[in-house]
Write a protein that binds this ligand. Structure first.
Ligand SMILES: Nc1ncnc2c1ncn2[C@@H]1O[C@H](COP(=O)(O)OP(=O)(O)OP(=O)(O)O)[C@@H](O)[C@H]1O
Length: 247
């Protein structure tokens, strides 16, 4: 269990100052600055190619940066001390198809040095107990996403970075995953979740909207709707994107 709660005066979970990232010939993030408070779910939204994955990679410390600083839980992003404190789930499955779910989790727990009891805990948290002895390669899309998430939950990380965790899931599974995110946030975990699905935006306490590597908005869903005079998240984003394109 993590001891930080939103607004308790602790330093931010993530602080980014003047981040600039080039990938190949592209300037993908340009002078980006933002903070993520501890605890809660922040949604990361933006058109395809706007830099969401690149920003997440910078936060977990696997992205070469051209300029700026990324501080995570008071340490430089990617440093050794953060290995157990930050969980990252990429868009691709991160489990071995030829091992069962439980074997995968035992393997990752050993690598991380997480307690063996953690395996059963994350199986319960991700509702995968019934699939624990199934080969990961035989899981459905939703079960497979949850298996990758289960691996990221080993060791009880304080920050979870989830790249489109609900993509390709049916509405029922999406709702179930968002309930899990809310439970994790309620226990003090900080979550950064990227998504293309606008109705998911309203489930976040806070939203970051990226466009062409720049931060177009950083507000609560209600704040965004008020600022744009709209009544749903999709219209709010379209209004912001259009205003950004016009400026
Ligand atoms: N390995 C790479 N080499 C060069 N350019 C890259 C590389 N990976 C991504 N890019 C470019 O960086 C930009 C941002 O990509 P990124 O994957 O961060 O966007 P995204 O917002 O996550 O997109 P999506 O929603 O489609 O996943 C894009 O223009 C992309 O073409």
């Amino acid at each position: 269990m993590v001891n930080y709660l939103p607004g308790d005066g602790a330093t931010p979970a993530v602080r980014i100052d003047g981040l600039r990232v080039r990938r190949g010939k592209n300037l993908v993030l340009d002078d980006l600055s933002l903070e993520l408070p501890r605890g809660g779910v922040t949604g990361l939204l933006g058109p395809s190619g706007s830099g969401k994955t690149t920003l997440m990679r910078a936060i977990v410390g696997v992205q070469t940066v051209a300029a700026g600083t990324v501080t995570v839980l008071d340490e430089p992003a990617g440093c050794r001390g953060l290995r157990h404190r930050v969980g990252y789930v990429t868009q691709a499955s991160s489990v071995y198809d030829d091992l069962t779910v439980r074997q995968n989790l035992r393997y990752f727990a050993r690598i991380l040095g997480a307690p063996p009891a953690d395996v059963e805990r994350v199986l319960v948290e991700t509702d995968l107990v019934a699939q624990a002895d199934s080969l990961a390669g035989s899981l459905s899309g939703g079960q497979s996403s949850r298996a990758s998430l289960a691996a990221a939950l080993l060791g009880s990380p304080e920050l979870l970075v989830l790249d489109e965790p609900t993509v390709g899931l049916d509405p029922v599974l999406r709702v179930e995953l968002w309930e899990l995110f809310r439970r994790l946030a309620a226990s003090g975990v900080t979550l950064l979740v990227s998504s293309h699905v606008m109705d998911e935006a309203t489930r976040c306490g806070r939203l970051l909207l990226l466009r062409e590597g720049r931060l177009l908005a950083d507000d609560s869903p209600d704040g965004l709707m008020r600022a744009t005079g709209t009544t749903d998240a999709e219209d709010a984003f379209l209004a912001l994107i259009r205003a950004g394109a016009a400026s």
